[in-house]
Design a protein around this ligand. Structure first.
Ligand SMILES: Nc1ncnc2c1ncn2[C@@H]1O[C@H](COP(=O)(O)OP(=O)(O)O)[C@@H](O)[C@H]1O
Ligand SMILES: [Mg+2]
Length: 155
């Protein structure tokens, strides 16, 4: 297991870290975004989207009611927010596995709602320290993701 933490001092910094990760993504990847309401999961997701090349004119907001938003980019992006998921069967209806283990980048807010808490992928935990400070911790196990997070921490 490989773990790296960084402290973000502002929304802009969190956006930039997400953007760097988005630029580094080159293959289908599942990114699991953990953290309380207001921790910055959607800000981070927005950064990844920008790094993948989603035009800055296109708003990136939590798909709270639709559960999933799709964006065309260098690699297609599927952004999930499972906060309102009441029944895991809804995931099957959504075709979740096809996106999460498909050819695109899948970002999942509230991955705690998934059946399998050991889901392999890039785990990102955002922790609110105060109004502006966030501790962002990346946890990965697969070797290709270790390389990815090593590259992220290098820049
Ligand atoms: N360092 C920071 N990183 C991310 N967001 C921050 C930071 N400091 C303050 N914020 C604020 O915290 C909120 C995060 O909101 P959001 O990303 O929607 O959270 P979540 O999706 O986790 O519920 C935004 O209002 C943002 O301006
Ligand atoms: Mg959100």
């Amino acid at each position: 297991m490989y773990r790296w933490s960084v402290v973000s001092k502002s929304e802009t910094e969190t956006l930039e870290i997400g953007k760097k990760l988005g630029r580094l993504l080159s293959q289908p990847t599942l990114v699991l975004l953990q953290g309380d309401l207001g921790a910055g999961k959607t800000v981070f997701a927005r950064g990844i989207a920008r790094g993948l090349g989603v035009d800055s004119a296109i708003p990136i907001t939590s798909p709270t009611f639709t559960l999933m938003n799709h964006y065309s980019a260098r690699i297609d992006l599927y952004h999930f927010d499972l906060y309102r998921l009441s029944d895991p069967d809804e995931l099957i209806e959504l075709g979740f596995d096809d996106y999460a283990f498909g050819s695109g980048i899948a970002l999942v807010e509230w991955p705690e709602k998934l059946d399998n808490p050991e889901t392999p992928g890039v785990w990102v935990n955002l922790k609110r320290i105060d109004d502006e400070l966030r501790e962002i911790t990346f946890t990965v196990t697969a070797p290709e993701y270790v390389d990815l997070i090593t590259a992220l921490s290098d820049r």
